[in-house]
Ligand binder design. Structure first.
Ligand SMILES: *Cc1c(COP(=O)(O)O)cnc(C)c1O
Length: 227
């Protein structure tokens, strides 16, 4: 990616995010995480040079490689993929800023145990399967509040900071909106825990997600496109 393209992509995205968030409220701030999973470390560096700081990866090995490649820059790294048990210790060692994909009580218990052994903490979001798609990870919306509470009470090394969802995989905007509204409702119902992030919205649906209350979007292809 050239500097001109990085500038254009980031400006276009910020312009759209700005308009979408102002339609919600002037006080509604939206964080942008650039999802670099299909792109190179040098593409990430170009976006860093024009001002983007937060990036996300969905594989522990790829996250590690990019962190090594870009070690000299003050980047913020997010983990957004399914976490296999045998990769938990590796992820802990990488100390990501935020892990978006805590998707079961079993994973929470296992992660907490390994964090305890290493005397470390990790900030996480509870992933919710609000589209009820079998191919997607996440807890069932009806169990989300109880599981969130249970993790807060029994996993002291996990700092829960909110919720994450992937919008329904559909052409039907109403279906996508439903999955976002379900997640936003859970986020609102968690008020007693002071959740910080409602992570929803990707390249194809971030404006709708923001309209539904998202305050963190994960954008890959739109930010990294080279055309
Ligand atoms: C790949 C991915 C994204 C970004 O998707 P784009 O459509 O390229 O913006 C966001 N969130 C998760 C969990 C992903 O795996």
């Amino acid at each position: 990616m050239t500097k001109d393209i990085a500038t254009r992509n980031l400006n276009d995205l910020i312009t759209k995010v700005e308009a979408a968030r102002l339609r919600v409220s002037g006080h509604h701030i939206v964080k942008i995480v650039g999802v670099s999973k299909y792109y190179s470390s040098s593409d990430v560096e170009e976006l860093y040079k024009v001002g983007q700081r937060a990036f996300g990866e969905n594989k522990v090995q790829d996250l590690k490689q990019k962190m090594i490649d870009l070690d000299e820059h003050p980047l913020e790294w997010h983990f957004i993929g399914s976490l296999q048990s045998n990769k938990i210790n590796n992820l802990i060692d990488l100390n990501p800023t935020l892990m978006h994909s805590l998707d079961s009580i079993d994973l929470a218990n296992e992660l907490n145990k390994k964090l305890e052994i290493k005397n470390r903490k990790m900030s996480c979001l509870l992933q919710i399967n609000s589209s009820y798609e079998e191919s997607k990870s996440g807890v069932d919306p009806k169990d989300a509040i109880n599981i969130y509470k249970q993790i807060v009470e029994t996993c002291p090394n996990i700092t829960l900071k909110g919720v994450m969802t992937i919008g329904a995989n559909s052409e039907d905007e109403a279906k996508i909106k439903d999955s976002f509204m379900i997640t936003k409702k859970i986020f609102d119902d968690l008020k007693e825990f002071n959740p910080m992030y409602c992570s929803m919205g990707m390249s194809g649906d971030f404006e709708l997600a923001i309209a539904c209350g998202s305050n963190l979007i994960r954008v890959g292809s739109t930010l990294f496109k080279s055309e």
